[in-house]
Every structure is written in structure tokens, then in C-alpha cells.
Design a protein around this ligand. Structure first.
Ligand code: ADP
Ligand code: ADP
Length: 227
């Protein structure tokens, strides 16, 4: 668990255009579920990728637990990410996909087994562990991708439109599952979506981006009540 702070953080892909993320200042509390919402192209993914270390911060800083991580490599940040497209290794089983994250950091075998079993239980993946992604549905792949992302006990959990490739019914059930899992883990979470319903039902607070600029950040109740 951790706090996150963006301090006047900007990203300019192209100096002839306004910054994709423009002087973003935002504090995220320990254990909070923060949703970044806004139309396509508003800078949500870029803001999240800057936190994960997948995109440079051109101006300003990002702090995790009060520590400046702006110059740290992605793998040294303890931020894990779930992508819209799942990004599972196609030739590995679910078990291997989940374990891979731990083998990479030289976790002892017995501990890997235990961690994989834990993640599988939390996400109801037990029956999928020996299947490859091609043998799974989209929703099942997404659960494996989530398992892979939490198995290392990250300080910060990032999700970029994780439900957008699922059908409407599955989106609703997976929404609830992610929210419950986040509360169980207590992990500080940043969740990107363009869907207001997702923002409203999942976030402790919602940060609204437009053209790279933070418009407002508040609880769903405050944000979406129209007196
Ligand atoms: P969102 O996630 O809200 O859809 P993005 O962060 O993907 O927004 O994009 C914000 C802006 O930055 C858009 O104008 C987009 O075209 C631009 N952009 C995103 N990624 C790149 C990139 N790799 N190179 C150049 N411009 C990019
Ligand atoms: P999102 O779903 O986050 O809006 P997009 O579909 O816009 O993502 O972009 C997909 C990929 O293309 C991302 O890796 C993004 O960084 C890149 N990208 C987006 N806009 C541009 C751009 N204007 N120039 C170059 N790459 C871009």
C-alpha cells in the first residue's frame, strides 16, 4: 500500500501540440480507489503510464510514499498494470503466466506455488490454471491478467480500461469483482475508464481529465449529484 502524488506532472509527446498531460497535481490516499475518467484522448492512459514508468515525465514529479520515483525504471517502482488487451503470454498456461512475474524476481519455488494458489482462489481461477489464453474466454483472460498483476503485492495497482473488451453483462459482474478484490487487498488503485457508470460505481474518488487538464476530483456522490 502506498500514497501517490503527481506534482505538476506533464507529458509532451509532440512539442507543436498542447501537452497530453498538462501540469497534473493529484494526491491519492493509501488504499484509495481512484478513477481517472474523461473522453478518448484526454490523457488518462498517459497519466497512468507515467505513474507506472512506461512513459516519461517531461516536467514535474511523481512521488510514491513520499519518494520521488520520476527517474526510476518501471520495474523498480512496485506499480503493476492491467491492460485492456490483457497482454498474456500466449504460449504459457494461466499458472505460468501468473508465476512468471514472481520467477522474474527470483521468488523461491514453494512461495511461488503458494502465491499462485492464493491469487487463483481470490479470482476463481482454479479451473483455468492449466489452460492457455487461446482456450479461455475474454473474461477468463482478464481474470488471469488481474491475477498476474496482484501476485507480486504491488504498492500501486493500475488498470487501463480493463473491461472494455468484455460484453455488457460480464462488465457489470467483473466491475463488482474488481471493486471487492481491491478492498480485500487494500491496494492503492488507479483505474482508467471513459465510462461514467464505471467511474461512479467503482471509485472512492473520481478525477476528471479533459485535454490533458485535471478538471475536478471528488467523490462520485459529489461529482454526479446535480442539484
Ligand atoms: P486517453 O487515455 O484519455 O484516451 P491518451 O493518454 O491515450 O488519452 O492520449 C492523450 C493524447 O496524447 C492524445 O492526443 C493522443 O493522441 C496523444 N498520444 C498518446 N500516446 C501517444 C504517443 N505514443 N505518441 C504521440 N501522441 C500520443
Ligand atoms: P487509448 O485506448 O488509451 O485511448 P489508443 O487506442 O488511443 O489508446 O492508443 C493505442 C496506442 O497508440 C497507445 O500505445 C498510444 O500510446 C499510441 N498512440 C495514441 N495516440 C498516438 C499518436 N497520436 N501518435 C502515436 N501513438 C499514439
Amino acid at each position: 500500500m502506498a500514497t501517490v502524488e503527481y506534482r505538476q506532472a506533464s507529458r509532451m509527446y509532440d512539442l507543436t501540440r498542447p501537452p497530453a498531460v498538462n501540469r497534473l497535481s493529484l494526491k491519492i490516499e493509501d488504499g484509495e480507489f481512484l478513477v481517472l475518467v474523461g473522453p478518448s484522448g484526454s490523457g488518462k492512459s498517459t497519466a497512468m503510464r507515467m505513474l507506472a514508468g512506461l512513459e516519461p515525465v517531461d516536467e514535474g514529479q511523481i512521488l510514491i510514499d513520499g519518494k520521488d520515483v520520476t527517474e526510476l525504471r518501471a520495474r523498480d517502482r512496485d506499480v503493476s498494470m492491467v491492460f485492456q488487451s490483457y497482454a498474456l503470454y500466449p504460449n504459457m498456461t494461466a499458472r505460468q503466466n501468473i508465476a512468471f512475474a514472481l520467477e522474474n524476481i527470483k521468488t523461491p519455488k514453494a512461495q511461488i506455488k503458494e502465491k499462485v494458489a492464493q491469487a487463483a482462489a481470490m479470482l476463481e481461477l482454479e479451473d483455468l490454471l492449466d489452460k492457455k489464453p487461446s482456450q479461455m474466454s475474454g473474461g477468463q483472460r482478464q481474470r488471469v491478467a488481474m491475477g498476474r498483476s496482484i501476485v507480486r503485492d504491488p504498492k500501486v495497482w493500475c488498470m487501463d480500461e480493463p473491461l472494455s473488451n468484455l460484453d455488457a453483462k460480464l462488465r457489470v459482474s467483473t466491475r463488482a469483482q474488481i471493486a471487492a478484490l481491491q478492498r480485500e487487498l487494500g491496494v492503492t488503485t488507479v483505474y482508467v475508464t471513459h465510462d461514467q457508470t464505471e467511474a461512479m460505481t467503482m471509485g472512492d474518488r473520481v478525477a476528471v481529465l479533459k485535454d490533458g487538464v485535471l478538471q475536478q476530483v471528488d467523490t462520485p456522490t459529489h461529482l454526479y449529484s446535480h442539484p
